[in-house]
Write a protein that binds this ligand. Sequence first.
Ligand code: ADQ
Length: 464
Amino acid sequence: MGRLIIVSNRLPITVTGCGDAIEVAPSSGGLATGLGSVHEDCGSLWVGWSGLDAHASPEARRSLQTQLSSRRLVEVPLSSEEVSVYYEHIANGVLWPIFHDQLEKLPNLIEGWETYDAVNARYADIVAACARPGDTVWIHDFHLMRVPALLRERAPDLRIGFFLHIPFPNPEIFFALPRRQWLVEGMLGADLVGFHTRRYRGHFTAALRRLLGIEMQNDSITYNGRRVRLGIFPMGVDSASFAERAADRKVVAETARLQSDRGIRLLVGIDRLDYSKGLPKRLLAFERLLTMHPEWLERIRLVQVAVPSREGLAAYKSVRRLVEELVGRINGRFGTHRWTPIRYINRSVNDTILSALYRAADVMLVTPLRDGMNLVAKEFVATRTDGDGVLVLSEFAGAADELTRAVIVNPYDVDGLAEALHLALEMPVGERRERMQALRAHVMPNDVSKWSHGFLAQLGSANA
Ligand code: ADQ
């Protein structure tokens, strides 16, 4: 029976230490958690970058190799120069803003496509060297958009799937990209290309029509004489684990601590500190809420966790500065000797605190300006085994297509968002419960395992 080979930019591990003392630990969040169970259950190989600099000492490299092979992980070595061009400049600095509709965040000079291509070719070489006839390869995300075509050149008979975790933008925006056709042709090396939502697939097929004159029929297109299927697979979370963790003793104790300020209702935000997540507008809406409805003064608090992200890039430094300025201004303007309106935490939190925050939230704020899916919204719903809590969700998150019983908002409309927060805080318990019940009825069965098996089944893999 054929094996599964997962391919992603990073391996699902964090490497610490140096020399012989290299330590490899599983990383958490996003793809690592999402595909971790597939990797365990299918006995698959996982190909990606370890995070270790290619100039690391030979002892460090040997120690890493031993630990990787025991976990069925295969390393793609990258030099620091390659990481800076392929990963930071092209993937995070060019593709990420375009795919999130932020044209003004593009650098004036876009250089480095050759490095992006060379790195993608190295991934394809390593996968081709590991693959055996009958294997299935599942490639992930915008860092590796050329890999499907490059791998197809090296191993024409492999079964290849590609999933895009971020939105596919409207062609009017996508067409600003200098190498647009080359990237799309890269994706079309796959047998199945997956998106989170119907809208992203619609944008992709519109781009195909304009670039290549191809039309989709019955969810597939014909390209270079091959059939390429285009599927919709909204990613879920490990809902059962989140529900189970909600009852954990430590989580219950931490939730009680968070709720110990009697009479203070909690609004909670948990995001990577990324300009696509809409934090400045969310903070402005919170400020407007306190201005328009002063009855909430000393009666609510916003707990905002923002994990530092991509800190080398100027656009990320400036959003961080703006967020910190706004938090300072709002706390200074409205805070009193016994009340601080915003608690701002600029680091990652552990699983216990994450679950306790989801449990303690009266109102959960998920208000990105654009987001492929947004797993935080689904994790919150999965955790609320008590059937209470209000989800305020941006219409521009992929999750909004499924979670229609959330309070859906336009995050660009700051006054409208402030009013939605007020309504969420005032919502009668009966309506809160009825909405949460509908949200849970969707999130609990549509979990991450259903997502991965759905994708692999459509790819026709024996691993589904
Ligand atoms: P991300 O942009 O990283 O993912 P998201 O889907 O919200 O966004 O996933 C973030 C993950 O990190 C969640 O599992 C969350 O629990 C965790 N996390 C966030 N903040 C944290 C914190 N402060 N401390 C600890 N953990 C934290 C990309 C796309 C999304 C898409 C996913 C999956 O941008 O749109 O949903 O991939 O396809």
